[in-house]
Design a binder for this molecule. Structure first.
Ligand SMILES: Nc1nc2c(ncn2[C@@H]2O[C@H](COP(=O)(O)OP(=O)(O)O)[C@@H](O)[C@H]2O)c(=O)[nH]1
Ligand SMILES: [Mg+2]
Length: 285
């Protein structure tokens, strides 16, 4: 699989623009995919949001294994990081998001009051690698509760702010972070959940690996859904089953792989998580 550095994934200019925008932010929503909450974190994120309040949002929780999501929430809690799980498409979990937001806004107002400073809105922003659902999350949170957008005095440069209910502002454009592509395992997971450009991986390799992974972790998941004997798992059998044939009569493995990945990404045969907190796949190893 092809590995590329941060510089090629994200121009220095875009990164410095993001750093500049983040200067005035109090709270960052760091969006990750609940199916692989570590691999969908960006290796630059801790550096970017150092010193700010951070809320890790495990998005697409509807596609993840609920027991694994619980483990992740517990894991982040133990690390002293606030986290919650949501389904941004349906809006599940957003009551907790609002509760947390109002809590932080109240906290900010008390801090400012103690310092004898004037009250102001809590400034928030959404960050994450491509395709974790930043825009969907932002749209859900803005929803009908938003007011007119506009520049604020003192922070007039860059993107626009959206005024949410209560004492809250959110940046209208999510910050896009570079995905971590240094490790083959992370590339596999990102490809499997559909967070990578198709040109960056071989879908047959990813498909074969995903079949093995799912049957080992969730026995019967793949084989049961497609009616394939568990001892004969392969893309070829899937192609045979689905009658995916090439003009020359051979099985179309590429089509089978894309069909499998598409089905997996849309939760067609269940909700599965690709990594657990105790598996020790950190950002740096
Ligand atoms: N099932 C599910 N799909 C989601 C969720 N959030 C976003 N999506 C889908 O994921 C894809 C990428 O979402 P988008 O908001 O464009 O991601 P962005 O690139 O991070 O802005 C879209 O097809 C969304 O409909 C979610 O919570 N659950
Ligand atoms: Mg987007």
């Amino acid at each position: 699989m092809k590995h590329s550095g941060i510089a090629t994934e994200m121009s220095k200019k875009r990164l410095s623009l993001l750093i500049n925008n983040l200067k005035v932010i109090d709270l960052v929503f760091e969006l990750v995919d609940a199916r692989c909450p570590l691999s969908t974190r960006s290796s630059v994120v801790e550096r970017l949001i150092a010193g700010k309040r951070q809320l890790i949002v495990l998005n697409k929780a509807d596609l993840a294994d609920p027991a694994a999501t619980k483990q992740w929430l517990f894991h982040f809690k133990q690390e002293g990081k606030a986290s919650l799980a949501v389904d941004s498409r349906r809006g599940d979990g957003f009551r907790n998001v609002w509760e947390d937001l109002n809590h932080y806004a109240e906290e900010l107002s008390q801090t400012l009051q103690k310092k004898g400073r004037r009250a102001r809105e809590l400034r928030t922003a959404v960050l994450g690698i491509p395709n974790v659902g930043k825009s969907t999350f932002l749209n859900k949170i803005v929803g009908r509760r938003s007011a007119a957008t506009g520049n604020r005095p003192g922070i007039t440069k860059g993107p626009q702010w959206i005024h949410l209910q209560g004492s809250l502002l959110i940046l209208d454009t999510p910050g896009v972070l570079p995905p971590q592509l240094k490790h083959e395992e992370a590339v596999f997971k990102l490809a499997a959940i559909g967070a990578l450009d198709k040109r960056k991986y071989n879908s047959e390799n990813v498909g074969e690996k995903l079949i093995k992974f799912l049957e080992a972790r969730y026995p019967g998941s793949f084989s049961g859904y497609f009616g394939i004997p568990p001892d004969a798992l392969s893309l070829e059998i899937l192609a045979q089953k689905k009658k995916f044939l090439l003009p020359n009569g051979l099985f179309d493995l590429h089509r089978a792989a894309n069909f499998l990945l598409d089905s997996f990404q849309n939760g067609k045969f269940g909700s599965f998580t690709l990594e657990l907190p105790n598996e020790k796949c950190s950002l740096t190893t």
